[in-house]
Design a protein around this ligand. Structure first.
Ligand code: ADP
Ligand code: MG
Length: 398
């Protein structure tokens, strides 16, 4: 069901609390990459043009539930002010008396940025008292942080229980792109999964077995499947027994599923994870002691590229290899290039996968580059349900 957006609600003169994703990389007290701040500008600018009072909230990093000097949002406020070409009042707290006074004095068209939400130990617990305190600051809640929508935190879910809640433009764009994946994907629908975080991603494979035509496996995840098949994996990164058991279950399910689950048939192995390592390409079941698999092999890359070329919809999460090191980047590059040339709809999600696509200069060739890796996977795994999305008002059926 489509969600209401900022366009569907009257915001003029209202205090609007906007959950943004300003979790940006910092360097020496300044914002190193402002992509996420820029991504939030359409919603913020729209609200300001409509005469709203804009109160922004975000987390930054992992401050362990208490204030941490290096993670205050001051550099973010400075960068945002430059981009908006107007002052941004940065507060030193998330809620409380001072914040309430400042917000009460705000005029339409003004912007306030609250302090890092994760400094408050109640944020990640979604403590109802924090949701209530946040709600006191505003008349309307807007969620524009898709990347944290899979977390039921106070700023992403709790506060929404008390206010009329709608999506921002960035959130809307994500939901529009991803909703077709779970409802009516183009066919053939090809899913490419790789990366290092196997346990996080294994659940989504089961969901995809029911909706995709082909699942192409790469990255470290492949070796847990090899282990489940009883093949030697040398010193490759593999999951513990529990992960291997899950991989076995998925292989069993795949055996009778309509969907094809493809594992790499050849692998680039190395004696160490370094650019100067000794490397060779071996068949999947021929990894020997002392060697670690760090990329899919050329035969696999070609087979995966052919599947992608023929697809009408492709979803990709997780690099095929250690693409950060040149000798192990070819598999990831082959997938990115095939997607760039694919005529169908192409969606990339995941911090490192997006970094890889940027590194190859191919981001502009994708239909959609998702800002949320974990969130996009959970969205698909749960059939389009996320805590931060459920709380938003539904758009009435046309
Ligand atoms: P994403 O951020 O796109 O969701 P992950 O965080 O799961 O992806 O994984 C990205 C990391 O996986 C990259 O840093 C890459 O070097 C690593 N990786 C990929 N293949 C392998 C492999 N075979 N062995 C070890 N690490 C790998
Ligand atoms: Mg990552």
């Amino acid at each position: 069901m489509a969600k209401k957006t900022v366009r569907d609600i009257d915001v003029a003169g209202k205090r609007v609390l906007v959950r943004v994703d300003f979790n940006v990389p910092l360097k020496e007290g300044a914002v190193r990459d402002d992509t996420r701040i820029r991504a939030a500008l359409p919603t913020i600018t729209y609200l300001l043009e409509q005469g709203a009072k804009v109160i922004l909230t975000s987390h930054l990093g992992r401050p362990k539930k208490q204030p941490k000097e290096g993670l205050v949002l001051n550099p973010v406020a400075e960068r945002l002010a430059e981009l908006l070409k107007k002052p941004v009042k940065k507060l030193d707290d998330l809620t409380g008396a001072t914040v309430e006074t400042v917000v009460a004095d705000m005029k339409p068209g003004e912007v306030v940025l609250l302090e890092n939400s994760r400094f408050d130990p109640r944020e990640e617990k979604n403590d109802p008292s924090l949701g209530e305190e946040l709600a006191r600051l505003a008349d309307i809640y807007v969620d524009d942080a898709f990347g944290t929508a899979h977390r039921a935190h106070a700023t992403t879910a709790g506060v929404a229980e008390h206010l009329p809640s709608v999506s921002g433009f960035l959130m809307q764009k994500e939901l529009d792109a991803l909703s077709t994946l779970v409802t009516a994907p183009g066919r053939p629908f090809v899913v490419v999964l790789g990366g290092a975080k196997v346990t996080d991603k294994i659940g989504v494979i089961e969901a995809f077995l029911d909706i995709a035509d082909d699942i192409l496996i790469g990255g470290a995840m492949a070796f847990t499947f090899y282990k489940a098949k009883g093949w030697a994996t040398g010193s490759s990164l593999v999951e513990d027994e529990e992960g291997v058991a899950v991989a076995k279950r998925i292989l069993d399910k795949a055996a009778t599923a309509y969907c094809n689950l493809l594992l790499p048939k050849d692998v680039v192995v190395a004696d160490k994870m370094e650019a100067e390592a000794q490397t060779k390409t071996v068949a999947a079941d021929q990894i020997t002691e002392g060697w670690m698999g760090l990329d899919i092999g050329p035969a696999t890359a070609a087979a995966y590229a052919a599947k992608i070329a023929a697809a009408d919809e492709v979803f990709w999460n997780g690099p095929m290899g250690v693409f950060e090191l040149a000798p192990f980047a070819a598999g990831t590059k082959a997938v990115a290039e095939a997607m760039a040339e694919c005529k169908g709809m192409t969606i990339v999600g995941g911090g490192d996968s997006v970094a890889a696509v940027n590194q190859f200069g191919l981001a502009g060739k994708m239909t959609h580059v998702s800002t949320g890796g974990g969130a996009s996977l959970e969205y698909i795994e749960n059939g389009g349900v996320l805590p931060g999305v459920t709380v938003l008002q539904d758009k009435p059926e046309a």
